[in-house]
Design a protein around this ligand. Structure first.
Ligand SMILES: [Ca+2]
Length: 388
């Protein structure tokens, strides 16, 4: 019986419109919807073909052009026996009979037959304790694994990866909440982040590894190490302004980035200078202030702030450097956003009991930057630098 071969050239954008008389990339004995994708070792064909009305055939025939002779094939996740496909050397085409319906076919011409695993679990540790696991999904280009660590954060921490296989560190990244680490140092048996990461409460982690033809996770486990809690600010008794303090209004910021903050005179209750900064979001947005100090010496940083949430977190840097302990600073909830009285609190950030030490600063202009992290808003009225 002569088969009715229907050219699908018009259906497939991958089919070269060559002037040379090459056979099309795909030919099917029954029309349907097809796509074909070529990788370095295989072609992957997705096909949806319905049995013709009145036909009692169980299969149809697909011809797929390959650069080299077909060596192996998978139908779905099932390895096809060698006699399941033929080879038309003249047209450089593999021939395979497929069942009607929706199928996915891999036809390989190089290497050993392999399919990425369907899924895997990668343990997520906090120190030596398991705090969760990442569910890994694979593609031919790599792996993506996601999961949550429970019972930790907020704080800062290092992330290390125990490796099951050699992998190029440049092909690996970890995203925690919204921050991504892709700069690694090699340590024995694995990798560790080059800089600490901020982690939120019960952080969500996504591990990505770009590597072709993985047969298992190249990462044996993910470890959150050296967890340091956020540095707590302390409310100044009576919100009394310390002596000799240099004040800079929050609304007089000199530079800003990210989501614009709002400043509207008279917007909030009892604001110094009749204005404050609000809608200062913890989405990586930042503000910068210039402060001019009269003398060299040890200075402490304060901020008058209001937070109607459970608290808010900021990264604070001075003249472009983040002093130890200011990598993650926690402001408490003050009972409201200062639309009413008693909700602006003067918070001490350095030099208090159990706090990071005072800042050693020379006379002259300095730049203070605050960057919002972990999604929480903070309203700010002013900053102070006061002699320690
Ligand atoms: Ca103000």
């Amino acid at each position: 019986m002569r088969r009715c071969v229907i050219s699908l050239a018009a259906l497939c954008s991958l089919i070269a419109c060559s002037a040379h008389a090459q056979p099309p990339l795909l030919q099917s004995s029954v029309p349907g919807a097809f796509s074909v994708r070529y990788l370095t070792d295989r072609a992957i064909v997705s096909a949806t073909v319905a049995a013709p009305e009145g036909s009692d055939a169980a299969t149809y025939t697909l011809r797929v052009r390959l650069p080299e002779r077909v060596q192996w094939g998978y139908l779905g996740r099932e390895l096809l026996p060698q006699d399941a496909f033929g080879w038309d050397a003249t047209g450089s085409r593999a021939t395979v009979d497929l069942p009607f319906g929706t199928t996915r076919l891999h036809l390989g011409w190089a290497g050993d037959p392999c399919l990425p695993p369907e899924s895997a679990q990668v343990p997520l540790m906090v120190g030596a304790e398991q705090a969760g696991s990442l569910r890994a999904l694979f593609s031919l280009e790599g792996m993506e694994a996601t999961g949550r660590a429970t019972g930790i954060g907020p704080g800062i921490a290092d992330i290390s990866l125990a490796l099951a296989d050699d992998i190029n560190p440049e092909a690996v990244s970890v995203t925690i909440d919204s921050a991504t680490a892709d700069d690694w140092r090699a340590v024995e048996g694995g990798l560790i982040t080059a800089a600490p990461l901020i982690i939120g409460p019960d952080p969500l982690l996504t591990l990505r590894a770009r590597s072709r033809n993985l047969t298992a996770s190249p990462i044996e486990r993910v470890v959150i190490e050296n967890v340091r809690p956020a540095t707590a600010t302390s409310r100044v008794p009576g919100d009394a302004m310390p002596e000799g303090a240099v004040l800079v209004e929050a609304e007089d910021f000199s530079d800003a980035g990210g989501t614009p903050v709002r400043v509207e005179p008279g917007s909030h209750h009892d604001a110094s200078g009749n204005a404050c900064v609000f809608t200062f979001i913890g989405d990586g947005s930042w503000l910068e202030w210039k402060v001019t100090l009269p003398t060299d010496g040890l200075w402490d940083l304060y901020a008058r702030a209001a937070c109607g949430d459970i608290g808010a977190w900021r990264v604070i840097s001075v003249d472009g450097e983040t002093p130890a302990g200011l990598e993650l600073v926690e402001f408490p909830g003050t009972g409201g956003w200062a639309r009413g009285p008693g909700q602006w609190w003067l918070m001490r950030i350095t030099g208090g009991e159990g706090q990071p030490g005072p800042l050693e600063l020379a006379a002259g202009e300095h730049t203070i930057r605050m960057r919002g992290v972990l999604d929480r808003h903070l309203n700010m009225d002013y900053l102070l630098l006061a002699p320690h």
